[in-house]
Design a binder for this molecule. Structure first.
Ligand SMILES: Nc1ncnc2c1ncn2[C@@H]1O[C@H](COP(=O)(O)OP(=O)(O)OP(=O)(O)O)[C@@H](O)[C@H]1O
Ligand SMILES: Cc1cn([C@H]2C[C@H](O)[C@@H](COP(=O)(O)O)O2)c(=O)[nH]c1=O
Length: 197
C-alpha cells in the first residue's frame, strides 16, 4: 500500500514523517524530491534558482518521480511493503500547476496529470496536512521562491481541486494544531487505513 503525505511548505509533513518511523518501523519511508539520486540533486538546483524555467522544472521533478518509482516505490510495493512518501505526484499537480499558470498551457494542472497518467502509480491514500499559506510561509522561513504566501495560496487552491476530485483518497488533517495533536491525528488516520486494507 502506498500512503503519501501532502501539504504546503511548513505544514509539518517532514516532522510527522520522521515521527512515524518509530511507530511504523516496518514501513518503507521515502520522499520526493529524492535525496539520494542525481535527479533529486538537479531538482534541488532548480528549486534554488529563481530564474529556472517552470516547464523545465516540471520535467526535472517528473524525471525524479520516474526514477523514484522504478528504483524505490514499485519494488517495495511488489514486495508487499507499506510505503510512506513525504510528497509525491500531488505536489507536482499543485505546485507546478501554480508555477505554470501564466504559461502557454491552457490547463496546467490537467496537463501535468496527463503526463503522469501513462506511467505513475497513484497513491492508495493521501494524508493532507492543511495549513493556511501565511502560517506555511512563516514556518518554512520563506527561504525560496516556493515558500511565499501568495504562491502557496495558489498551491493550496490546487490541492483543494485535487481533494474535490478524489475525496475518498484524501484525509484532511488540521495542521495548525500542535505537533503532538497533528501526529496523533495522522497516526489515527493511518491505523484506520491499515485496518481497512
Ligand atoms: N504542528 C506544528 N505547529 C507548529 N510548528 C510546526 C508544526 N509542525 C512542524 N512545525 C515546525 O514548522 C517547521 C516546518 O516543519 P516541517 O519541515 O515538518 O514542514 P514540511 O511540511 O515538511 O515543510 P517543507 O515542505 O518545506 O519541507 C519546522 O520548524 C517545524 O518544527
Ligand atoms: C515533490 C515536489 C516538490 N515541490 C516543491 C515543494 C517544496 O517547496 C520543495 C521541496 O520539497 P520539500 O518537501 O520542502 O523538501 O519543492 C514541487 O514544487 N514539486 C514537486 O513535485
Amino acid at each position: 500500500m502506498l500512503v503519501t503525505l501532502e501539504g504546503l511548505d511548513g505544514s509539518g509533513k517532514t516532522t510527522v514523517w520522521e515521527a512515524l518511523r518509530d511507530t511504523y518501523s516496518d514501513a518503507v519511508f521515502t520522499r520526493e524530491p529524492t535525496d539520494d539520486s542525481w535527479y533529486g540533486e538537479a531538482v534541488n538546483r532548480a528549486i534554488g534558482d529563481d530564474d529556472a524555467d517552470p516547464l523545465a522544472t516540471l520535467f526535472l521533478f517528473t524525471a525524479d518521480h520516474a526514477d523514484h518509482l522504478s528504483r524505490v516505490v514499485r519494488p517495495a510495493l511488489d514486495a508487499g511493503e507499506l510505503v510512506i512518501s513525504d510528497r509525491y505526484s500531488d505536489s507536482r499537480y499543485a505546485y507546478q500547476g501554480a508555477s505554470l499558470r501564466d504559461s502557454d498551457l491552457k490547463r496546467p494542472m490537467e496537463y501535468i496529470m496527463g503526463i503522469h497518467a501513462a506511467f505513475t502509480r497513484p497513491p492508495d491514500k493521501t494524508i493532507y496536512l492543511d495549513v493556511d499559506p501565511e502560517t506555511a510561509a512563516a514556518r518554512s522561513g520563506s527561504t525560496n521562491k516556493f515558500e511565499q504566501a501568495a504562491y502557496l495560496a495558489e498551491v493550496r487552491a490546487n490541492y483543494e481541486r485535487l481533494i474535490e476530485a478524489e475525496p475518498e483518497r484524501f484525509i484532511r488533517i488540521d495542521a495548525t494544531q500542535s505537533p503532538e495533536e497533528v501526529l496523533d491525528a495522522v497516526e489515527a488516520a493511518l491505523d484506520d487505513i491499515l485496518a481497512d486494507a
